[in-house]
Design a protein around this ligand. Structure first.
Ligand SMILES: Cc1ncc(COP(=O)(O)O)c(C=O)c1O
Length: 398
């Protein structure tokens, strides 16, 4: 049977990273390839308790259809959190509950993009956002960045030549680079976006996972015109399996997204929203975030220590202040696909970096995840990765 699918499906292929993850799922492989939160930190008993309590308290209501906007007490809790920890001034009219922030990216692309529109993003950036956007047929242009975030100088000239339809950024603990924008860059960037009224999609999947004493906030803090569509998620601070996340935006934008969500999934699971809300109001959420940050922070330290000790000359790596990833750049003679093959022989796995580029992929980069292994394993595994890199360099230079 030769299926006839819509032509837009030709614009996307299976995620190479997901395919790699299937290969590296073998139990003997120590994987730095994935992006999974540590399952030992999932509050299994507490979620079970809250689930039971919600069903007892709410009865059939917890299993019934509900509003597309989301469970009001949860929207209130999120608005309050955003106002106290994210530098925003949100009310519940700004908050739409969604089924994972990935679905938010899909909905936003349907809201914003027509075929041939230009989207600006960082390079590298979150691969699955590119996939969501690609289905709508935009072209991508990238903004230069360094360890302090997107470099704003030079962007105005480009806007004057051709204004992008929207900009997609991950200013805090970026996936895949681990980088965080400075406050100055956030402010300067938003001044420019405001001047030219450009819509900004801010992805905050890792926002709460901060290990160091740094200053940061949501870009919404500097948004005076309702241009920022800010996405957040409980996936990394509670668990991803419940699929509860949110969009924070101007009410006019939210109203449009509600219509799109109605055609996508009607609403996010009622029971899951109630369970998340009861969890949040019956537990010390800050203590939970701190626990995760303490564990991940130690894992980040182990990875950075080992890289500093064992990475061959000519390589560089980022030093994330939070989140789940370190980005390694190797000499140009190293091809990360061939490196992955060599790593697998040592029973370790990395993700080649080229898939994360919207344009002009760099083949001498890899992403390393540290959230999912204890420090001693990270030391051992990263030393093996470094050994494999050294061998690739030696072979390329021979
Ligand atoms: C940058 C970024 N955005 C969004 C997501 C999707 O998260 P979720 O759909 O679980 O909220 C991820 C997942 O890893 C991510 O890394």
């Amino acid at each position: 049977m030769e299926y006839q699918f819509a032509s837009r499906t030709k614009k996307v292929t299976a995620s190479e990273v997901r395919e790699i993850l299937k290969v590296v799922a073998r139990p003997e492989i120590m994987s730095f390839a994935g992006g999974l939160p540590a399952p030992e930190l999932f509050p299994v008993d507490e979620v079970s308790k809250q689930c039971q309590a919600v069903l007892e308290e709410q009865g059939p209501k917890a299993l019934q259809y509900a509003t597309t906007e989301g469970y009001t007490p949860l929207r209130e809790w999120i608005a309050n959190r955003l106002n106290t920890k994210w530098g925003t001034t949100a009310g519940i009219e700004n908050v739409l509950i969604v089924s994972g922030s990935q679905s938010a990216l899909d909905m936003i692309s349907k809201l914003m993009l027509d075929d041939g529109d230009v989207v600006w993003c960082e390079n590298p950036t979150y691969l699955a956002a590119l996939t969501a956007f690609r289905l709508l047929g935009p072209t991508f242009e990238t903004m230069p960045s360094d360890d302090n975030g997107v470099i704003v100088e030079g962007l105005e000239e480009r806007i004057l030549q051709h204004k992008p339809r929207m900009v997609y950024v991950i200013p805090t603990f970026q996936n895949p680079s681990g980088r965080t924008w400075s406050m100055e860059r956030r402010k300067a960037f938003m001044e420019l976006m405001t001047k030219y009224e450009i819509m900004v999609v801010e992805d905050n999947a890792y926002y709460e996972l901060c290990f160091d004493d740094i200053e940061y906030c949501s870009l919404t803090k500097f948004d005076t015109k309702g241009l920022v569509i800010s996405v957040g998620s409980f996936s990394k601070v509670l668990c991803p399996g419940l699929r509860v996340a949110w969009i924070n935006a101007n009410p006019t934008v939210i109203d449009k997204l509600v219509i799109i969500k109605q055609s996508t999934d009607l609403q996010t699971a009622t029971l899951n929203q109630m369970v998340v809300h009861r969890f949040l109001t019956h537990n010390d959420f800050d203590a939970r975030v701190k626990l995760i940050c303490d564990v991940y922070g130690a894992r980040r330290d182990a990875m950075l220590d080992e890289l500093a000790h064992s990475l061959p000359e000519g390589c560089t790596f980022t030093r994330p202040a939070g989140g789940m990833f370190v980005w390694v750049t190797m000499p140009e003679c190293v091809n990360s696909k061939s490196l992955l093959d060599r790593c697998l022989k040592y029973n370790v796995a990395v993700v080649p970096g080229h898939s994360f580029y919207a344009v002009e992929p760099k083949h001498n980069t890899v992403r390393l995840n540290y959230s999912n292994l204890p420090p001693e394993k990270i030391h051992f595994g990263v030393s093996k990765v470094c050994q494999a890199i050294a061998e690739e360099i030696a072979e390329a230079e021979a």
